[in-house]
Design a protein around this ligand. Structure first.
Ligand SMILES: *Cc1c(COP(=O)(O)O)cnc(C)c1O
Length: 380
């Protein structure tokens, strides 16, 4: 009896880690061979797995976090004090924080409605306006929000026209693709995250994806304290301690074996919500435009009003179901609100009306049913 009750009310998480059982063999091997260090065969193996998966001849450097990878990307593009970097305002703060580590300034650009990612028209307006003010942006950080690819072709055209490189923050979009090319290959530099809540995880981890082997080598050099060759400790530049450990990379190798399965499972969650909630006129779903394939890292529903969203959020909380509003836009954040922003209202509207639902690849049918039943009970 007591067991039943606790089953009935057990917490359903938004996006929990999901170990496959394939991880431990790589970790055991690391212990057996004493590779307990921020280098080793698992690090190289994990990078190779990612390079093979992403295709397009990319080169991957495994790092401590996605945030470190964004910092590294900005360093490699020589972003420095007083430079301006264009950032998608609709994102998690980790996309923007590293800009300020370098003394550079974020300039925020709003989203379009089809993908919730950076609006190409507004991006071009922002670039022209910044150039007119005598400060040409040094880079553009674009996101694949909740796994949905950004408008790759349109953003790339603008990047080419104005010769401003793109950093693609694909932290949420490993497994997504755009006209059959994988997300994480579209930036001049791209970033992945393996944080505990992402589609695959190393508990904490990230990667920098680049087009050239020498960029990867430079990233690894900077990420290992920028120590010059030779036995003496000689440093000509400031370095960082950002390399992924061989233990965590072992988890990553095990997770890579199930990535495709996890993409399928996350998409299945989304499909389930769609099938069981689609008839409610106050709920809308973000569709994939033609050629866009989302890993559906988080399944989101958009409600007709903010009060409805808030009430639903509270109801789910009461039933021990973790749901969340979507990321609060960066231009609304107390820490960033004095920076310039180019707005159209889209990100604020999404922020107020969207609810992210439990989306883990380890959700059970029973749990999904409990979530849908709770949501339906609100609409009577
Ligand atoms: C998770 C996330 C990051 C940060 O990755 P960490 O590995 O946690 O540092 C960056 N950008 C976005 C959009 C994210 O969702």
């Amino acid at each position: 009896m007591a067991k039943n009750v606790s089953d009935l009310n057990s917490k359903i998480w938004l996006s929990a880690p999901h170990m496959s059982g394939h991880e431990e063999k790589f970790i055991k091997e690391a212990f057996n061979t004493n590779w307990i260090a921020p280098l080793g065969p698992n690090v190289n193996g994990f990078e190779k797995d990612l390079e093979t998966y992403l295709g397009n001849n990319v080169h991957v450097a495994a790092l401590t976090t996605g945030t470190a990878a964004i910092h590294m990307a900005l360093l490699l593009l020589n972003v420095t004090t007083n430079d301006e970097v264009i950032c998608q305002t609709k994102t998690f703060a980790a996309s923007v924080n590293p800009v300020t580590y370098l003394g550079a300034k974020p300039v925020f650009v709003d989203s379009e409605k089809d993908t919730w990612n950076m609006c190409p028209d507004l991006l071009e307006q922002a670039i022209k306006n910044r150039i007119n003010q005598g400060n040409k942006p040094k880079a553009i950080i674009v996101i694949n929000l909740y796994g949905m690819p950004h408008k790759v072709k349109e953003i790339k055209n603008i990047s080419n026209t104005y010769h401003i490189p793109i950093i693609e923050d694909s932290a949420e979009a490993l497994g997504s693709s755009y006209f059959n090319d994988k997300c994480g290959t579209f930036g001049d530099l791209s970033v992945l995250s393996f944080n505990g809540n992402k589609i695959i995880t190393t508990s904490g981890g990230g990667a920098l994806v680049s087009k050239h082997i020498h960029t990867k080598e430079k990233a690894i050099f900077l990420a290992t304290q920028a120590k010059e060759a030779g036995l003496e400790y000689t440093h000509k530049t400031v370095g960082y301690n950002y390399r992924m450990s061989n233990i965590l990379a072992g988890i990553g190798r095990g997770q890579m074996e199930v990535l495709e399965t996890y993409v399928r499972l996350r998409r299945k969650n989304h499909q389930y919500y769609l099938e069981h909630l689609n008839d409610i006129k106050d709920i809308r779903f973000l569709k994939e435009p033609e050629g866009f394939f989302s890993n559906r890292w988080l399944s989101c529903i958009q409600l007709s009003s903010q009060s409805m969203r808030d009430q639903l959020l509270m109801l789910l909380q009461k039933h021990n179901i973790e749901a969340r509003p979507s990321w609060k836009p960066m231009h609304l954040q107390p820490v960033f609100r004095d920076y310039p922003s180019y707005l159209n209202g889209v990100s604020e509207h999404i922020y107020k009306t969207v609810l992210c639902l439990p989306s883990g690849s380890n959700l059970t049918t029973k749990e999904r049913n409990r979530i849908v039943t709770t949501i339906r009970s609100y609409f009577g």
